[in-house]
Design a binder for this molecule. Structure first.
Ligand code: SF4
Length: 330
């Protein structure tokens, strides 16, 4: 166990964790909502420092990140636990099952492994990376020194102070924007919308590359007006931010039908009116919605089939045909 960052002593032996907006008050012997930060004798500990449930070299497109070193591979690691409680979680066997088995990796081991495998960097993913912040920071600092990139795939439910510390070492983030309805966030995912919007705005104002993902879940957020609100929100920040709209499949405690594919494309058609880069994820091959076109001359810059990625007309972020700056880091 490693002493946690971001907590305050209260009266008696109680502590308050200040890592995420739950701001859990934890009595001696108890844990916070994420299940992996424990008050032991008035010290808050991370129980998952270095405890890795999943590790793999993945195409960076799988995170998903489409505009950050496209076609590269990245060493991806995850732990167990989560500070949100989505009933349809696609990774529930590690995010919600705290009995999931782990293997310990020292930060230096992970960096060594990433270099040995020729990885672009390290992606903290699979479950929620914010809740093992101490490990992400230690590993990211070493990775940055070794010339590797750090990527966070996160639900964005984090307080401002730790977020700003993470941003010192994070090169790219994909943030889930699960809904644009505060009631849904509170009732279904057990978070809140304001915290998410604050995180996205902070990251957008930083140097970190930003992409956003929305899983369209049958019966929860498959509402075109709500999606239009997300489109307006993203386009008001920067219409070059890639937006991934992803199809849900029944999982964990939620068994409604997979998202109607036609509805995914209805959102896509609305989104491309205001955003330059919109992508449809988790859909069967043969449908479009995954290539990157130059926003000015419409030349195909990047072609994707599954996780096979071809870069055709892109050099140092510029369209080779018309010279438009695309915002893509390659
Ligand atoms: S990180 Fe965990 S313990 Fe800390 S406030 Fe969030 S849910 Fe609670």
């Amino acid at each position: 166990m490693k002493e946690a960052k971001y907590y305050t002593h209260l009266d008696g032996k109680r502590l308050q964790c200040r890592l995420c907006p739950h701001n859990c008050i934890i009595k001696d012997g108890g844990r916070g909502i994420c299940g992996v930060r424990k008050n032991s004798n008035s010290i808050l500990y991370s129980e998952i420092y270095g405890e890795v449930t999943s590790i793999a070299m993945d195409p960076i497109e799988k995170k998903p990140l489409y505009h950050f070193y496209p076609s590269s591979s990245i060493l991806s690691i995850g732990t167990k636990g989560c500070n949100l409680k989505c009933p349809y979680c696609q990774n529930w066997h590690i995010s919600q099952d705290l009995t999931a088995g782990t293997t310990y990796y020292d930060p230096a081991n992970i960096v060594h492994l990433a270099r040995r495998k020729g990885s672009t960097g390290i992606a903290y993913t699979y479950s929620e990376p914010v809740i093992w912040l101490e490990y992400v920071l230690d590993t990211s600092i070493l990775a940055s020194k070794a010339g590797l990139k750090n990527v966070l795939v996160t639900n964005g439910f984090v307080n401002s102070e730790p977020l700003k510390e993470l941003l010192n070492y994070t090169d790219a983030m994909n943030i889930d924007l699960k809904s644009f309805n505060d009631e849904t966030y509170k009732k279904i995912q057990k978070g809140n919308l304001d915290s998410l919007l604050k995180t996205i705005n902070t990251v957008n104002d930083s140097k970190c590359h930003l992409e956003i993902t929305t899983l369209i879940v049958t019966g929860i957020n498959d509402n075109i007006n709500e999606m239009k609100e997300i489109i307006n929100f993203i386009s008001s920040m920067n219409k070059n931010i890639p937006w991934h709209i992803s199809r849900y499949y029944p999982n964990y405690k939620y068994n409604k039908n997979a998202t109607d594919i036609d509805f995914i494309f209805k959102i896509y058609d609305e989104a491309v009116k205001k955003l330059n880069y919109v992508y449809c994820g988790n859909i069967p091959p043969g449908r479009n919605g995954n290539n990157t076109l130059c926003p000015s001359c419409k030349t195909i810059l990047i072609e994707r089939r599954g996780y096979s990625t071809g870069i055709h007309s892109l050099k140092k972020g510029l369209c080779e045909k018309c010279g438009t700056e695309t915002g893509i880091i390659n």
